[in-house]
Design a binder for this molecule. Structure first.
Ligand SMILES: Cc1cc2nc3c(=O)[nH]c(=O)nc-3n(C[C@H](O)[C@H](O)[C@H](O)COP(=O)(O)OP(=O)(O)OC[C@H]3O[C@@H](n4cnc5c(N)ncnc54)[C@H](O)[C@@H]3O)c2cc1C
Length: 379
């Protein structure tokens, strides 16, 4: 059965997220963007309302919700501020490897106490020389009896400088490349773990994106997720499950840009009439709306597949790629509709354009998504 309507519970969640976004996030978006400031107070409030760890089962302190629900919340948060929204939602991505691969004992010991507080987790994969080519990571985990010793540096890690827990991918057998990667859970207060420099980003500046350094860090064998060598598979599964809400956040930014451009077009008068009366502007607004509606449908379809644990690599890649591409296109058109004022920071649309760009890069660049889509077509 196909249905385009949300359940009463989903409508209520979306409304709650919209109110939170408008009352708590939007008023602080500009200053957090300007100062690249971590939104600690907003994260605490979000945690108290159940907006964090949404896909973790309730028995472990999470929301017990599905990917579809994370999409509804992500769109609302990103429409208010993509940086703050991502800072709140990043745990959902970072904890997915545990959902995919951890034992009941690990969930009880590592996830339950974590979710009880407004803690933050990271997904630590990227390294200075290893971005798209994950198989070339150089961080090592050497087994010594009942523990591993971790050495290496991760870069561009969301919440990296402020997190309490790292979901870390390291090589237990370098010569095996991707098949030698294993996944570990590493508390941030273990000796040898430190935050490196915080990146000075173009957009999504409210989220702390930093290096995380591991120097002779002892990690007990009980903190390994799955078996040795399963890390790459765990990582890809985690990414697939999270691409829908990244797509939804892209739709949120695009929606905010369209709303701003529509309002501005009706207010701004040139040649004695609102610029909205010119067909060139009307068609630009119409094309923006067409793109947003299409991207949201692809996003919800991908979320639907993930929630039913159906095959989803092709559709999650399409949703992530299309939604982030349209976010870039729509925000660029919004700047165009604002004319010169679109280019200055006093107006909101230049921020939307800067924020949108990141969605085309993280969780696998859109070139890597197209590679996945083509692979599925040519198989
Ligand atoms: C804001 C932000 C937040 C991030 N957060 C995290 C995080 O929390 N955790 C984490 O682990 N990482 C994170 N990253 C890193 C992100 O995942 C990587 O930047 C991304 O995977 C690309 O890697 P790279 O930057 O090394 O680019 P490269 O892999 O060097 O790619 C450079 C260019 O080459 C293209 N390219 C590479 N290989 C191919 C190919 N085979 N075919 C075609 N084109 C190709 C890419 O698409 C890109 O256009 C974040 C990045 C950003 C910008």
């Amino acid at each position: 059965m196909i249905s385009f309507s949300l359940s009463d519970e989903q409508e209520a969640l979306r409304e709650l997220a919209r109110q939170f976004a408008q009352n708590e996030i939007a008023p602080l978006a500009a200053e957090h963007d300007r100062d690249a400031r971590h939104p600690a107070a907003i994260i605490e409030k979000a945690h108290s309302l159940g907006f964090m760890n949404m896909t973790i089962p309730e028995s472990y302190g999470g929301g017990g919700l599905g990917t579809m629900e994370t999409c509804l919340v992500a769109e609302e948060f990103a429409a208010a501020c993509a940086g703050i929204g991502t800072a709140i939602m990043a745990n959902t991505l970072a904890l997915t490897p545990l959902l995919v691969a951890s034992s009941t004992e690990q969930m009880e010991r590592l996830v339950k106490p974590f979710c009880a507080e407004p803690n933050l987790a990271t997904l630590c994969m990227t390294e200075p020389q290893a971005g798209s080519d994950i198989g070339s990571i150089r961080t090592t985990a050497r087994r010594q009896g009942d523990h591993y010793v971790i050495n290496g540096t991760k870069t561009l890690i969301d919440n990296g400088g402020v997190a309490q827990l790292h979901c870390l991918f390291a090589s237990t057998e370098l010569e095996k490349g991707a098949r030698g990667i294993s996944a570990f859970v590493v508390p941030a207060d273990v000796p040898g773990v430190s935050a490196g420099k915080q990146e000075d980003k173009m957009g999504q500046r409210a989220i702390n994106t930093s290096e995380v350094i591991f120097e002779n860090v002892p990690v007990p064998v009980e903190n390994r997720l799955g078996e040795e060598g399963q890390g790459f598979k765990i990582f890809l599964q985690a990414l697939n499950r999270n691409k829908p809400w990244i797509a939804a956040a892209s739709v949120g930014v695009a929606r905010a840009a369209l709303e701003a451009a529509t309002n501005y077009a009706q207010e701004r008068v040139q040649f004695g009439q609102p610029i909205a009366s010119f067909q060139a502007i009307q068609f630009m607004l119409a094309d923006m709306a067409i793109k947003i509606e299409g991207a949201r449908l692809l996003t919800w379809q991908a979320a639907w597949l993930v929630d039913r644990e159906l095959r989803n690599v092709y559709h999650t890649a399409i949703a992530k790629c299309r939604a982030s591409d349209i976010a870039m296109e729509v925000t660029t058109d919004a700047v165009q509709i604002f004319g010169g004022y679109g280019y200055i920071k006093e107006y909101p649309v230049e921020k939307y354009m800067r924020d949108a760009k990141a969605f085309q890069i993280y969780v696998g660049t859109n070139e890597i998504q197209r590679h996945l889509i083509a692979q599925a077509l040519l198989r």
